[in-house]
Design a protein around this ligand. Structure first.
Ligand code: ZN
Length: 128
């Protein structure tokens, strides 16, 4: 399957899974393959209607779904984190990131949260 079709498929399936877990309507407004100037690559999932509290509660269930999606896209994320829209408790995006060497130095060893207060880490791990 080509990349655009995969992205469409995973956007829909992640939206469905988030809805199933929360028991509410959650929108995945956009799911993007991302590349960063530093060399990181990843997937960014832009959500609407999802609360950070729900991400924290459902992290053990959401994380495998996200990692599975990433594997389908041949990405092996070392870190998955959710960020709120500043000043709110609503999640704006969930990021899956395969780190470049520089960012790996910065992020690895950070257990609880990234240096930004609006971020919650769902997964951080060694490359498989
Ligand atoms: Zn980087």
């Amino acid at each position: 399957m080509k990349l655009p079709a995969k992205l469409l498929e995973w956007r829909a399936s992640i939206e469905k899974e988030l809805g199933r877990l929360t028991g509410r309507t959650v929108w995945v407004v956009q799911l993007s393959a991302s590349s960063f100037a530093c060399g990181c690559t990843g997937i960014t999932i832009f959500t609407a209607g999802l609360e950070m509290e729900e991400v924290e509660i459902f992290a053990p269930k959401i994380t495998p779904t996200l990692r599975e999606a990433a594997a389908e896209l041949e990405l092996d994320p070392e870190i998955i984190y959710a960020s709120t829209i500043p000043g709110t408790s609503e999640v704006g995006s969930i990021s899956l990131r395969d780190l470049c060497d520089e960012c790996r130095e910065d992020y690895m060893g950070v257990e609880e949260a990234l240096p930004w207060s609006n971020t919650h880490i769902l997964f951080i791990g060694e490359k498989t």
